[in-house]
Ligand binder design. Structure first.
Ligand SMILES: [Zn+2]
Length: 383
């Protein structure tokens, strides 16, 4: 048996309620292409830092670091990252800042304002270094920011202008398609940027203890899947940068906390451009930690996948929702694999042998001996 080389390698680190992903494209002759997607909440930083410092010093660069949207469970660890020496090894930061939000002139390129830095964009309203890091100084030099997009916003573009498909092609690396946010979804942040950013810099899970998680039965998945659930209306979530990565026939959707219908529309756009009804992919990092408000039937139909990655330990919001996972189990093509980055009482139920046998799917959890690794998945080249 010959083993195909890995086209895309993905790690979903255990970032509690948040997201922190490392995506790599190994190159046989040359440096690995590497992307960091979010940094989890602030307390994910030690884990992320240890992971990055384990990289071969000669190959420690990060080609792209994505800050998908301003929410504490995504930017907390990134603020510490930005204050570290590791930030200087980043080729390009992908982040939509305040200056990218204006919808005043639709179609007009909106670029980073002269003199504005990524760090001040993230910390400007507070004018303070990341919490808990007194004396932490932002790197002295300007960090590259949205360079792959000419310094402009990262979004799907106006419908019609580009067919709704904005693509970045990395030589001998992945082809990356922007699935979210839409121009409108990004502009909606404009009125509330400062207050949203202020909120995002506060840990989400301090103060009142959340109600205990109540685990219901999983004996009627069609009923659970069919539950009418409200759509996600969070403005920051709607501004999420979500991406499709493709390389050598392998593919993964990095769903961030994006809206399900926006992801579905973007994926349908890509499929349509290829003369397809839907876009089969290898893997999806389910949006918004497997929230039922984001994992909707339209998304699952748009991109049937083999691997569904779930990034959460259930803190605060008790994700993933049963309705979301029931939709995946029932709607996914035969034999999908649910990959959880934590084994919790909530996720463990989905590995019930009776349920697995009845619906013909697979479940994986992190190896207990390497729980700090989270989900580790290699997608082989197909061509
Ligand atoms: Zn989130």
């Amino acid at each position: 048996m010959t083993t195909e080389p890995t086209a895309i390698h993905v790690e979903v680190l255990p970032a509690r309620l948040g997201d922190c992903l490392i995506v790599e494209c190994p190159r046989p002759a040359g440096p690995t292409w590497r992307m960091l997607v979010d940094g989890g909440p602030p307390d994910t930083w030690p884990l992320l830092e240890a992971r990055l410092r384990r990289l071969d010093p000669a190959d420690r660069h990060i080609d792209v670091a994505v800050i998908t949207h301003i929410d504490n469970d995504h930017i907390g660890g990134m603020l510490a990252f930005l204050s570290s020496d590791l930030a200087s090894d980043v080729g390009d930061f992908w982040f939509n800042g305040r200056t990218h939000l204006s919808a005043d002139a639709p179609g007009k390129a909106r670029s980073i304002e002269q003199g504005e830095s990524l760090v001040t964009a993230l910390l400007g309203p507070l004018g303070a270094p990341p919490s808990g890091k007194p004396g932490a100084k932002p790197p002295g030099r300007a960090l590259p920011w949205n360079a792959a997009f000419g310094g402009g916003p990262i979004e799907t573009g106006a419908p019609g202008a580009s067919g709704g498909v904005i693509t970045v092609t990395v030589p001998d690396g992945p082809t990356i398609t922007v699935l979210s946010p839409t121009t409108v979804g990004l502009a909606r942040l404009a009125d509330s940027w400062s207050s949203r950013l202020h909120d995002a810099l506060q840990p989400r899970d301090r103060g009142l203890a959340p109600p205990a998680d109540v685990l219901g039965p999983l004996d009627d998945l069609p009923h659970l899947a069919g539950e009418r659930t409200p759509s996600d209306s969070s403005v920051p979530n709607g501004s999420s940068i979500a991406l499709l990565l493709e390389r050598h026939g392998a593919s993964i959707v990095l769903g961030a906390d994006a809206y399900g219908d926006v992801l579905a529309a973007g994926l349908h756009g890509v499929a349509r451009a290829r003369g397809l009804q839907s876009l089969p992919v290898d893997a999806i990092k389910l949006p918004h930690h497997g929230s039922q408000a984001n994992v909707v039937a339209a998304l699952l139909a748009a991109a049937p996948a083999s691997h569904y990655l779930v990034s959460t330990n259930g803190d605060v919001f008790h994700h993933p929702d049963d309705a979301a996972m029931a939709r995946v189990v029932l709607d996914a093509p035969a034999g999908p694999t649910l990959r959880f980055n934590y084994r919790t009482p909530r996720t463990q139920r989905w590995a019930d042998p009776r349920l697995v046998a009845q619906h013909g799917y697979h479940v994986t959890f992190p190896d207990p001996a390497h729980a700090d690794a989270g989900i580790v998945l290699d997608l082989p080249a197909r061509r």
